[in-house]
Design a protein around this ligand. Structure first.
Ligand SMILES: C[S@@+](CC[C@H](N)C(=O)[O-])C[C@H]1O[C@@H](n2cnc3c(N)ncnc32)[C@H](O)[C@@H]1O
Length: 275
């Protein structure tokens, strides 16, 4: 679990099915967020990334801060259930903690394809009613949506907040992120919201992007950056709430929001299903 400002230097227990010989996106991200659920191979990959000009640690912290503001906004709109796709390892404050600040009974289904996420979430959240984790691949939305535990956790007859935060850039153009989002949209009840944060190639320094792309590819985690227009296609059938699709620190900043521009341009938006 990561909490701001802490790094502990011991190897966590290896849950079943977890490969510690290859870096994982979830564990690299955990390391960048000062978490302890990562292994030597992840730390090495993260340190390599940090050598690039992308500034991945600041990017990760800005993404988490966006998550907190976006979920806080949704909870204040009365959204009482959340589907967090590509949820990552437990990080505080988590989606259920933020939502429950406003709606104590809020329900959350976390979905991730990395077995370590499920193992750690299950261990940490076992005693929390209304919060579950499902292991599934977002690239197969039919399988995600037909998962029994997910259907028990989310009532698609009522508004839901669907979160796709810092995950769509791990989905290639061929895998068609807009079609994936559309599958979830079809199940969402009126009043539902979608929140997205995703890397863009627009406005990025091409040399820096080439450097970062090479590093991720070297860690066998290729990423796909989209133009602003391609990102807007994800919101087909939704209306963006103010201020629209903007750099993460610019989305409804609060007093403590670090508004220094991000080096690796990443956009975020929250949108409501069109009536
Ligand atoms: C950078 S982390 C973001 C975590 C969290 N959403 C956040 O914004 O703080 C990306 C997460 O997406 C997960 N992920 C990547 N591709 C996925 C896929 N196809 N299906 C499910 N999860 C995926 C990774 O395992 C990782 O935990």
């Amino acid at each position: 679990m990561s909490t701001t400002g802490m790094t502990r230097k011991y190897e966590p227990r290896v849950p079943d099915g977890v490969d510690v010989t290859r870096p994982s996106i979830a564990r690299i991200y955990d390391y960048l967020l000062y978490g302890k659920d990562n292994f030597a191979v992840d730390r090495a990959a993260a340190e390599k990334l940090m050598e690039s000009r992308l500034d991945p640690r600041r990017l990760s912290l800005a993404n988490r801060a966006f998550l907190v503001r976006a979920v806080g906004f949704l909870a204040r709109q009365g959204i009482a259930q959340y589907l967090d796709l590509g949820s990552g390892l437990p990080t505080s404050p988590s989606v259920h903690e933020v939502a429950r600040d406003t709606i104590p009974s809020a329900r959350v289904v976390y979905v991730d394809h990395d077995p370590i996420v499920v193992a750690h979430n299950d261990a940490l959240l076992a005693t929390r009613d209304g919060v579950i984790t499902v292991r599934a691949d977002v690239r197969d939305p039919d399988a995600v949506l037909s998962d029994k535990a997910l259907s028990d956790g989310i009532d698609f007859g009522r508004p839901v907040g669907v979160l796709l935060l810092s995950v769509l850039h791990f989905i290639s153009h061929e895998e068609d992120a807009a079609a994936i989002v559309a599958k979830f949209r079809e199940r969402m009840a009126p009043g539902s919201y979608l929140a997205v944060s995703v890397g863009t190639r627009d406005g990025a320094d091409p040399e820096m992007l080439a450097e970062a792309t090479e590093t991720y590819a070297g860690a066998r985690m290729p990423f796909t950056l989209r133009s602003r227009a391609q990102i807007m296609e994800l919101f087909d059938g939704f209306d963006l709430v103010e201020p629209g699709l903007v750099s993460l620190p610019e989305w409804r900043p609060e007093l403590n929001t670090d508004r220094t521009p991000l080096k690796g341009p990443t956009l975020g938006a929250v949108a409501q299903l069109r009536k």
